[in-house]
Design a protein. Sequence first.
Length: 259
Amino acid sequence: EKPSMFPLIQRCCFHTPFKLQKLTGPRLLLRGKSRTTWSSLGLQLQRGMCPLSRSPSLNPTSVYATKLQAFHTSLPFFKKKTPKESETKDLGVFQRSMESLKDSPKPALYLSLAGLIPFVSVPLLMATQGTYYPELAFSQVMYGAVTVSFIGGMRWGFALPENSPAKPDWMNLANSTVPAILACQALLLKDVTPGAIMLVIALGIALHYDLSLLPTYPRWFKVLRVVGTVVMVLSLLATAALKTISEEQLSNTGTKWQN
């Protein structure tokens, strides 16, 4: 009976190598107390199958891949990005943004850049002369309030046309009035510093609406909005910082005169 059963065992072992490996590899190795016994049994079964007859449909490469599939059951490790790859990605995003800015219509680009001059000129003038001018600071806050209201009103013009991707619903029309309300609140404040901070908050909310929350504008306009918002925020913060420095200098001078 043994000679007759050897071909049967040979066929069974040959035609089911993957099942045997899969049972003895990933499953049986993880069960029970006899982990070492089952692993040695799996290795003996694999070694016993190698000298047996081979099927023409299998080659050494596929058998080797099957062994790797059976015994290497750990999760793959994700490759971490190197600093060079992250820098290259950041440069790619910056280049695409600049290209989108170049694709913007010339009137929109030039008028937007010209509209930033009143913001930049006020802190630049006070810094070069070393003197804080309250009238110029208030004019900057007033111009900022008008600009924020204008940015909020653009959503109405974008949502009203019939073919626009933005709908004239509560989300678009009501949220566009929030920056204007904050701008009016900034004008009611007596001190310039809280008014500038209020405008910074209004500009941040308006930018968040335009980039992520509400239906988006064209890409060139989004890049233009980001550039303009950054310049306006930095200019307002620079004016508030100059006011604080001027007040500290005046207080120090008064203390010296008193002494």
